[in-house]
Design a protein around this ligand. Structure first.
Ligand SMILES: [Zn+2]
Length: 267
């Protein structure tokens, strides 16, 4: 490969955007520093950073906010030719902090830690820093931190909530709105780590829904539906796989388009 690259350089050709041979690992946890140096940023200039938290999720795993973004990163790294940064697994758990096994860190701590991690990723040479967020309360701090990192480093940043960008897919596949640990999030877990879904615990009493103007703290249910009586978990595996593959397609297109628009604008 090195010889081929040398020939290409002498021939005045640029590196292909998507190299034919894969890197030894797309995980920053798995790659060796010498390999990293050979691939980043010359042949891989995008990094995917999953961010979540640990909190109760109805019939799914407490770490769903981490494991779903990790699965998305794993499934999109190759098509987007990206590396995957280790997950920021502890986040701003709010009203579900009372549930067993839930872990909360404060917004100030989260913000400071996320800022340093994202700034270090920017300094390691990536041109595009894509944050796959799995937990709502992390979103605004992540947006602000990414804007700060851009201003300081000129590395382009994108933060998104995977379930917000795909709300219409929940409606398309299930005919309902979703919810926290509702049909959409549970489907993503069924499609990626089915062994972590406890179908035997399914009970409508595990769920409640958002009511405008009503804010219990702690929240009394870990399934928080966006609309009354709509979006309870569904255990059909085929539907879950269909939902997740559509989610992946949507997210890949959103990331790809953003990078193309940055390039077109010369930013
Ligand atoms: Zn969640």
């Amino acid at each position: 490969m090195r010889k081929l690259l040398t020939v290409l350089i002498f021939a005045g050709l640029t590196f292909p955007v998507f190299p034919a041979d894969p890197p030894p690992s797309r995980l920053m946890n798995g790659i060796n520093w010498i390999d990293f140096r050979q691939w980043v940023p010359e042949r891989i200039d995008t990094v995917l950073l999953p961010v979540g938290t640990v909190e109760a999720h109805g019939v799914a795993n407490n770490g769903a906010d981490n494991t779903v973004p990790e699965a998305i990163a794993r499934d999109l790294a190759e098509p987007l030719n990206a590396m995957i940064a280790p997950t920021i697994s502890y986040g701003i758990t709010n009203s579900l902090q009372a549930f067993p096994g839930s872990i909360r860190i404060s917004e100030a701590t989260f913000r400071a830690y996320a800022k340093e991690v994202i700034a270090e990723l920017a300094k390691s040479g990536f041109k595009n820093l894509i944050v796959i967020n799995g937990h709502g309360p992390n979103y605004v701090p992540l947006q602000e931190v990414c804007a700060e990192v851009y201003r300081e480093t000129r590395v382009r940043t994108l933060v998104f909530n995977w379930w917000t960008l795909t709300a219409d897919i929940t409606k398309e596949v299930y005919g309902t709105d979703g919810g926290h640990a509702g049909v959409n999030e549970t489907a993503a877990v069924i499609a990626t780590n089915p062994e972590w879904v406890r179908k035997e615990y399914a009970d409508k009493d595990l769920a409640w829904w958002s009511i405008e103007g009503l804010s219990p703290y702690p929240y009394p249910s870990s399934i928080i539906l966006y609309k009354a009586e709509e979006g309870y978990p569904d255990f059909d595996e085929g539907k879950a796989r269909d939902f997740y593959s559509k989610v992946l397609k949507r997210l890949e297109a959103m990331i790809r388009t953003t990078i193309e628009k940055w390039d077109q604008a010369g930013l």
